[in-house]
Design a protein around this ligand. Structure first.
Ligand code: SAM
Length: 373
């Protein structure tokens, strides 16, 4: 059983058939399992066949269901991207596993497959291979499909602005809390290939190991305009930064990125906030007590309020702000994206709304510092 679990954990399932019922009470004569794509995410369809009909059930975690169903059958044919397996299931659950070379290749159908992504499944991009998202021949690994969708969605949201905004000959980008910088490598690739402009990317993160990895990767890929700094974003002093990015940076790290971007007058500021803690303990509003008395609702409300306040702050200091869904909710629950494009026109109405919201909920958000120069 350990060997099967290892196979299911380390190889990509293409197709499986459980057959040869162990006894008369087993309800279906066979069960098949195959992956499919739903809203950019890999799901698994189990199809159970009786004499007359087939019954479908979709689930995310196929391993548990296979292990549950296995004792009901004597045979399990399993096809992965690495091997074909013929598995005999003994009465006591013991398995006899024979492997051979793979005969099936991955082809996942789904609603989003035909979506016109910038990066295509099946085309080789050096950074996607190096980041372990695709195989060397360009096939996206099923377990990395969410990341692939995220990267494409990111380029979809930023691509046009980057092509339309006047950045001059060189674009300077700061990625606050860059982590492994998946999206920033994608952005670097996109800008250098689509605009032919010079790009300077500075990624900053507290974690020494990710900074080392990113530096090594950029050097291996020959992405000479990318450099990574190990440090606190609070301490970073920059100027002439055209694009300020913060993706899933924790709590007020997002605010720091927005504040720095606005104070530098960056032309484009993009943030996908992560956890929000700051306002949770401050919010007070008697009229909304029926909602706020539930911790889980208060937490969601605090997130919404935090992002609305961030949007207003940016608007008031001269940005055109759009707050949108980043990727489908199933892809990541942290899926709000704040996109701010510099107009240079301060917005008094937005400032009034900002102050009203603060007063209404009795909060002093971190983003207040945006107006302190
Ligand atoms: C959830 S990870 C996201 C990483 C990356 N941006 C992404 O989207 O994959 C958040 C990152 O922010 C970094 N971070 C949080 N606070 C920071 C700070 N004050 N200075 C620098 N990095 C910070 C963490 O070390 C972590 O790598």
């Amino acid at each position: 059983m350990d060997r099967l679990i290892k196979i299911l954990n380390s190889e990509n399932l293409i197709y499986g058939v459980l057959s040869n019922k162990r006894n008369a009470v087993t309800p279906y004569k066979k069960v098949t399992v195959s992956p499919f794509l739903s809203k950019g995410e890999i799901m698994y369809q189990f199809e159970s066949f009786d004499e007359k009909k087939a019954y479908q059930q979709n689930c995310k975690d196929f391993k548990e269901k296979i292990l549950e169903t296995l004792p009901l059958y004597k045979n399990f044919s399993l096809f992965t991207d690495k091997h074909d397996y013929q598995i005999l299931v003994g009465k006591k659950g013991n398995l006899n596993i024979k492997s051979s070379n793979p005969t099936k290749s991955m082809s996942i159908d789904g609603h989003n497959k035909s979506k016109n992504y910038y990066f295509k499944d099946g085309v080789t991009y050096d950074f996607l291979v190096s980041l372990g998202i695709s195989t060397p021949d360009g096939k996206i690994k099923p377990t990395k499909y969410n990341k692939f969708v995220q990267i494409n969605r990111y380029i979809e949201i930023l691509g046009n602005s980057i092509k339309e905004l006047d950045f001059g000959k060189k674009i300077t980008i700061v990625d606050f809390g860059c982590g492994k910088a998946y999206l920033t490598f994608a952005l670097y690739y996109f800008i250098t290939n689509e605009t032919k402009k010079k790009v300077e990317v500075i990624g900053i993160d507290l974690k020494e190991d990710v900074i080392k990895d990113c530096t090594k990767l950029a050097s291996e890929l020959g992405y000479n305009g990318m450099r990574f700094i190990n440090g606190d974003i609070n301490d970073f002093k920059g100027d002439n930064v055209d694009i300020a990015i913060s993706l899933h940076a924790c709590d007020t790290a997002t605010d720091i990125a927005l504040i720095k971007g606005a104070q530098w007058g960056s032309k484009l500021i993009v943030a996908v906030p992560c956890c929000h803690h700051q306002l949770f303990d401050m919010i007070k509003n008697q009229d909304l007590m029926p909602i706020l008395k539930y911790g889980v609702l208060k937490d969601k409300f605090a997130s919404i309020l935090t992002d609305a306040i961030r949007g207003l702050a940016l608007q008031s200091v001269g940005y055109d702000v759009n707050i949108m869904e980043f990727t489908p909710l199933e892809n990541t629950p942290k899926n709000v994206l704040i996109k701010a494009v510099r107009t240079g026109k301060e917005d008094k109405e937005a400032m009034d709304s900002y102050n009203k919201l603060k007063e209404m909920f009795n909060v002093s958000p971190y983003i207040d510092r945006m107006c302190d120069k």
